[in-house]
Design a protein around this ligand. Sequence first.
Ligand code: CA
Length: 429
Amino acid sequence: MPINANNPDKKTWLPVPENSDFPIQNIPFGVFLTRDDIITIGTRIGNTAIDLGALHQLGYFEGIPLTEDIFLQDTLNDFISDGKQTWRLVRNRISDIFNIENRVLQNNEDHKKVVLFSMDEIEMKLPVLIGDYTDFYSSKEHATNVGTMFRDPENALMPNWLHLPVGYHGRSSTIVPSGTPVRRPMGQTFPKGAEKPIFGPSKLVDFELEMAFITTDGNAMGEPISIEEAEDHIFGMVVFNDWSARDIQKWEYVPLGPFLAKNFASSISPWIVTLDALEPFRVESPEQNPEPFSYLQQEGKHSFDIHLKVAITPENGKSNAVSKSNFKYMYWTMAQQLAHHTVNGCKVNSGDMMGSGTLSGPTPDSYGSMLELAWQGTKPIKLDNGEERKFIHDGDTVTMTGYCTKNGVRIGFGELSTKLLPIFEPKKK
Ligand code: CA
């Protein structure tokens, strides 16, 4: 089935500001609270949010096999379970409804009143109920930088790294959408020069610039998802900030890996951009040497040219760009990650989320964490208000953005913006 929605020449009758992340070629999916406090599944064109539940009730999806309440839900999990053919039919239909040549909704003021919202009258929610969250460690540059700092520059990559996409199981209960502030965590650390561990606020709170993909239920327990079919089970992607407390991490991670240093918060951009929408932006992933096992081998282009940026805005200050990276630097592809994740028969469900791992590029201005950008605090980042940052301060807002561009079409993810609050202080009795 063709992806008509991706036609770069298509124009919409809705206003789309120049350089918007959300032209009619994007059509992402999200969940929002309307001005009437009703939760619904929707999409977005320009700065207009579109209530898909209302569109469906008005008959605009006639002919597509959808249950009546598929969009009247507070998560996208059931819609994602419907599978790739249905996602494509719905995206093509939305593209058709908002095509400038289509007058049906365009000329129906009563329908427009219940279907369309401006972005400032809605509140974005988490788009999926995330059953399980897995985080990979798939940027060679990031793994090399961290290995150099934490272990041994001569043997920065662990012996397994070039043979399999290293990952760990994270925690989904503290994944929040853009705009939700997160707190500096308390925890145990073992500062340099100390004789024993201490307990207190983490002093080294960091961001991790990542992207994450959301899966559909693709396999039964005991049955792997093959590398060839892996992309069919990926619904779409979001920008992902995997907040990390480096001092807690360093003390706790031996021998089982990250725990409380990672599970206090992770933030996602709220619109899921479908893999279909990203199709025109495919690029080859880095060459893999040694050759991976056959269950991880694939031909063709399986990465995406997604430009990523990070900015820090101090309280009452201006935004300071601190990193520019790209999703295409990732060594292991999403298909390889999903094939590896399930090769032992592990089951994935609709709405599961898989983080790429910190996306560091080859140059120091493309590193995806403060740990690397300020090189363990030895090269502080200067802000335009004269302050310096080695890690994130209370009151700082970290903003991540991502977009692709080709043939005059720009497809983006919107903003992922999160403020870091001070530690939790219990109310005095
Ligand atoms: Ca991570």
